[in-house]
Design a protein. Structure first.
Length: 135
């Protein structure tokens, strides 16, 4: 998917309007239009339960543990932002298993992020690679 210049991507957790599902992995890889630009991720709202995590990483390889530059859990204030060190980032959501049928036992969360490049010329090549049950 190509995004027009100066456009902001709004990335929402699966099922937003409610909490995200239990026991899933989601991965997004985002690249700017210029290899010299960096990517800015700003939180609109975020609550990640204690047994799940939202990771931000530099580059296109989420298997590289050294590429993680933010591991998010709990609540963060709107406007909190993170800048990548290069022109490609990955964002991964790993959720925990549900504990039972009682919604009160399943403290899942939600998020909404604004994503743009630091230079304000737009994000291109926005790819969702995976969002499904844990294997």
């Amino acid at each position: 998917m190509w995004i027009a210049e100066n456009e902001i991507i709004v990335l929402k957790s699966p099922g937003l309007g409610s909490t995200y599902p239990c026991n899933i992995n989601c991965l997004w890889i985002i690249h700017t239009s210029n290899d010299d630009f960096k990517i800015f991720v700003e939180i609109n709202w975020l609550y990640i339960d204690k047994n799940s995590r939202l990771l931000l990483g530099n580059g296109g390889n989420p298997q590289d543990d050294g590429s993680v530059y933010a591991s998010l859990r709990g609540s963060l204030s709107p406007g909190t932002g993170y800048v990548s060190s290069n022109s490609t980032i990955w964002i991964a959501l790993h959720t925990d298993s549900c504990l039972g049928n009682n919604p009160a036992d399943n403290d899942n969360g939600y998020f909404e992020l604004n994503i743009t490049d630091v230079n304000g010329t737009g994000i291109h090549n926005y790819i969702i690679h995976l969002c499904g049950p844990l294997q």
